[in-house]
Design a protein around this ligand. Structure first.
Ligand SMILES: Nc1ncnc2c1ncn2[C@@H]1O[C@H](COP(=O)(O)OP(=O)(O)O)[C@@H](O)[C@H]1O
Ligand SMILES: [Mg+2]
Length: 324
């Protein structure tokens, strides 16, 4: 594929493998990010997220596989990175700088002229809502503020693609909300975003597509809404709260525990229990029948929806899953 070809993907990774000695950190990974997409690279610690992002941005050299950025081979690093802004490791070296100073430094690296810089710096600092802090020392900022300054620096050369490694990691809830809002705004402006995260909720709330990886391998990849819907369907995990009119007998309790799909069993009272349930509607109806067969009279059965976070834990534990 050449640079001039019709609308190449923003990022196209095929068979990416990165080994450190005999250890394979990323294993034949495929990932496609279309222009204007917001891709979440999701996986637990050690899954290979940073290694993947570093391979794209030229910070590590892949063992094998191909990476095209806007149709340009990532090995042609300077050219491929022309339209990419990234924050892979939150830079600590800028502590004594102000955001204004940091941006002029970054601007010089990218050959931005002084005139242009004044305009761009204001634009990007306003974008991340840090303009009023431009003359304060970065060392005094919260982690969330520092992350937003780092995003401003990535935006300075006016890139089309933004790559961020765990942009909300280590932030307090407020910091997380502010960074997420900044990212949503960038998506609205038509930028292509690729972020890594270990938080499923973050992907489900912000991203348009996701690639879930574990132990360096792709587990699932595609449109967020479709995948999450399919995940919830294929592995229905709900919490059931059951209340009965009379006191639950030991025989009933052991029968419930033995039912298909019942786990995390908890006795919440003399006449109430709670447990996680993975199963079909039919199997759930069997539990209602069980209550009846023990003549306890069902007072209520409440279900709390699929806990996607738990589901994700389960998916990444098993290493592979088929939900397509
Ligand atoms: N430079 C390195 N040398 C050896 N092993 C590494 C190196 N960098 C990363 N790893 C290993 O590769 C795996 C993936 O790491 P990483 O990409 O940082 O995962 P993530 O960002 O998803 O937490 C981990 O097991 C990590 O210990
Ligand atoms: Mg990482």
């Amino acid at each position: 594929m050449t640079e001039e070809s019709d609308a190449p993907l923003a990022i196209d990774i095929k068979g990416l493998t990165k080994s450190y000695g005999s250890f394979t950190a990323v294993d034949s990974l495929d990932m496609q990010v279309g222009k204007g997409e917001f891709m979440g690279l999701l996986g637990p610690n050690g899954a290979g997220k940073s290694t993947t992002l570093k391979s794209i941005t030229g910070l590590v050299r892949p063992t094998s596989g191909t990476i095209l950025v806007n149709g340009i081979d990532a090995r042609n690093h300077r050219k491929a990175m022309t339209h990419v802004g990234c924050v892979i490791e939150t830079p600590e070296c800028y502590q004594n700088f102000t955001p204004g100073e940091m941006l002029s430094y970054v601007g010089k690296i990218h050959g931005v002229t002084n005139r242009e810089l004044a305009i761009r710096a204001r634009d990007v600092l306003e974008e991340v809502r840090m303009w009023e802090w431009r003359d304060k020392h970065i060392g005094q900022f919260s982690k969330g503020m520092r992350q937003r300054v780092a995003i401003a620096a990535a935006l300075l050369p006016n890139p089309e693609i933004i790559i961020l490694d765990e942009p909300t990691s280590g932030l307090d809830p407020r910091g997380m909300i502010e960074v997420r809002e900044t990212l949503r705004n960038l998506k609205e402006r038509g930028l292509t975003l690729l972020i890594s995260t270990h938080i499923l909720k973050e992907v489900s709330e912000m991203c348009t597509s996701m690639t879930m990886i574990n132990r360096g391998k792709t587990i699932i990849s595609g449109d967020v809404n479709t995948l999450i819907h399919n995940m919830a369907q294929s592995e229905r995990s709900i919490t059931l709260d059951i209340r009965t009119l009379s006191v639950m007998t030991p025989a009933f309790l052991s029968d419930v525990k033995a039912m298909t799909g019942v786990s995390n069993f908890e006795r919440t009272g003399e006449k109430s229990i709670r447990f996680s349930f993975f199963g079909s509607d039919e199997e759930q109806a069997d539990i209602v029948d069980l209550v009846a067969s023990h003549k306890l009279r069902l007072l209520s059965m409440n279900e709390t929806g699929a806990d996607l976070e738990k589901l994700y834990m389960k998916l990444t534990e098993d290493g592979e899953v088929n939900v397509r």
